[in-house]
Design a protein around this ligand. Structure first.
Ligand SMILES: [Cu+2]
Length: 137
């Protein structure tokens, strides 16, 4: 019984390793041509450091932790809401996002623009102040 579990795990590991190793096999060839053609340049516009695709929003009474969050159009975004204080939700106008209390939402904004983030749970006197902006670039 235990043996078969171990065997399954091992088999899984081997498969994973084989899959990972496959892509690199070119660089393992013995021809020591040290031409270092590894120019890691121009590999993408991702210099705008503020762009997140997987981030956490912390809610307190009565604010989200940032005034704005920046993501990229066409890329999947995952937002995780954590209630540090009080009980809040997170909804985004026009993007069909509504996290009701703590939880997460995954979506892909297609249109660049600014979207209003607001609390979706009536949480007290500062409820209407709980606003932030999602910037889709
Ligand atoms: Cu609220």
């Amino acid at each position: 019984m235990k043996k078969s579990i171990l065997a399954t795990i091992l088999l899984g590991l081997i498969l994973v390793l084989a899959a990972c190793g496959g892509g690199n096999s070119d660089s393992d060839t013995n021809t020591e041509v040290d031409n270092s053609t590894e120019e890691t340049e121009g590999n993408g516009s991702s210099d705008e450091s503020e762009v997140n695709s997987d981030f956490k929003v912390t809610a307190t009474n009565w604010a989200f932790d940032q005034d704005e969050y920046t993501v990229k159009a066409g890329e999947e975004v995952k937002i995780t809401l954590v209630n540090e204080e009080g009980m809040h939700g997170l909804a985004i106008d026009g993007l069909d996002v509504n996290i009701d209390g703590e939880g997460e939402a995954t979506f892909t904004p297609e249109e660049p623009g600014e979207y209003k983030i607001y609390c979706s749970i009536p949480c007290g006197q500062g409820h209407s102040d709980m606003m932030s902006t999602l910037i889709v670039q």
